[in-house]
Design a protein around this ligand. Structure first.
Ligand code: GLC
Length: 440
């Protein structure tokens, strides 16, 4: 299995490299920068959504699953990128968004029964949207109320309808036919809901991950994490064959086993949220390592950037941790040069405040950081002081630290054992090598 110990690099396509001067990253831009991935030594990259989208949720509201948004290029550009990646020994993963479409997807007009509707004239239960407010909105056209786990512009598909299952299987086959190597599967916990739409219960405070606002006041036992989801996953697996399926399953480690029946990997989110304290890291790592088949991840396009969350003083140790744990590891673009959160933009693009995590890659010290010859959709943060070119030239840079860690991973084998160590340190053994991380 190529992915077992793979290092996967997450590309946020709007912000990686622009090739045509419109200030927005694109597929040709990514192809131009593949050598950065080769330099780092990663095995694969994952592209956040590249499909046509009205951008209510920046690509996670898909209006056509089997096409490329013109802002990113064309299907031919994707084919070229796949070929260019494979020639360099890199695998490519797309983002599959199976749980909801954009409200502008033709399905929402042509196949009303592919979505989840309230049986009454109003919300039938207390379910909350992850972004706040009721999870139910009224569709002006039909006058009926539909379910949306995220923004109202993202109606949830009804995976209990076999036509939905078949349509999404076709999507999977379409991209595999074009040569992609697998998928990061978005927002899986809510793929199937309770058939009776029962009320969620008040939160017990036991949920293992951050869950804030009104959403956090409920225990989402009916609107998400349903045992029936296993059937949806089996259908995705059937279409995917042995392509990699890594799930975004926003739950604590204790809940993962069921999801791993058909997925290859799930993100180890408890580690992403663990405070930089040896005891907390150990508590997050031990059960996930025991379970195996987790992908370690310390940041992505949804949560504070690594350098901001842990502080610059800890970014090197964080890289050591991420890249010496047993199994697959994901790096979010920019973390390898220590990019912090940026200021975002005003007015903001993402209503949920995530622009700050999505500023462009900084390739060189020029005004736009080498990201574009035009006006960047989000400004670079500090390209003059922090950029790939300068860090490549400096053997002691964070970038070269990542590179060396990735090179030396091959020696680590599969063996992993946590060791006792003094307070403030986390210590483990990998194939005769002892790793000590200072945290606390
Ligand atoms: C996932 C994505 C996030 C998106 C959400 C809804 O959590 O990572 O960016 O907003 O799903 O699709």
């Amino acid at each position: 299995m190529w992915w077992r110990d793979a290092v996967v690099y997450q590309i946020y396509p709007r912000s990686f490299q622009d090739s045509d001067g419109d200030g927005i990253g694109d597929l040709r831009g990514i192809a131009q920068r593949l050598d950065h991935l080769v330099y780092l030594g990663v095995d694969a990259f994952w592209l956040s959504p590249i499909y046509p989208s009205p951008l209510a949720d920046f690509g996670y509201d898909v209006s056509d699953y089997t096409n490329v948004d013109p802002v990113f290029g064309s299907l031919e550009d994707l084919d070229t990128l796949v070929r260019a990646a494979h020639e360099r020994g890199l695998r490519i993963l797309l983002d599959l968004v199976p749980s909801h479409t954009s409200i502008e997807h033709p399905w929402f007009r042509e196949h009303l029964d592919w979505y989840i509707w309230s049986p009454v004239d109003g919300p039938p239960n207390n379910w909350r949207s992850a972004f706040g407010g009721s999870a139910w909105s009224r569709d002006e056209r039909s006058g009926r109320w539909y379910l949306h786990t995220f923004y109202p512009e993202q109606p949830d598909l009804d995976w209990r309808n076999p036509e939905v299952v078949a349509a999404m299987q076709d999507v999977v086959r379409f991209w595999l036919g074009r040569g992609v190597d697998g998928f990061r599967v978005d927002a899986l916990t809510a793929i199937v809901k309770d058939a009776e739409l029962r009320d969620d219960l008040p939160a017990t405070g036991m949920f293992a991950l951050p869950s804030t606002g009104e959403f956090g006041e409920l225990e989402h036992i009916y609107s998400s994490n349903r045992p029936e989801a296993v059937e949806a996953l089996a259908a995705l697996r059937e279409a995917a064959g042995d392509a990699l399926l890594i799930g975004e399953v926003y739950l604590g480690t204790a809940e993962y086993a069921r999801w791993l029946e058909h997925l290859d990997l799930v993100f180890a989110f408890e580690l992403l949220f663990a405070p930089w304290k040896a005891e907390a890291l150990r508590a997050a790592i031990a059960p996930a390592a025991e379970l195996g088949r987790v992908a370690w991840v310390l940041s992505n396009h949804d949560f504070d950037r690594l350098a901001t969350r842990l502080g610059e003083a800890n970014v090197r140790a964080a890289a050591e941790l991420l890249l010496t744990l047993p199994g697959a590891a994901f790096i979010y673009q920019g973390d390898e040069i220590g990019l912090p959160n940026g200021p975002g933009s005003d007015p903001q693009f993402d209503r949920h405040g995530r622009d700050r995590l999505r500023h462009p890659m900084q390739w060189d010290a020029s005004r736009t950081g080498g990201f574009t010859t035009g006006e960047p959709w989000l400004q670079p943060i500090d390209a003059e002081k922090r950029n790939v070119e300068a860090q490549r030239a400096d053997p002691g840079s964070l970038l070269n630290h990542y590179r060396r860690l990735i090179q030396s991973r091959r020696e680590l084998g599969s063996h992993f054992r946590l060791l006792d160590s003094p307070p403030g340190t986390l210590c483990y053994e990998r194939n005769g090598h002892v790793v000590t991380i200072e945290a606390g």
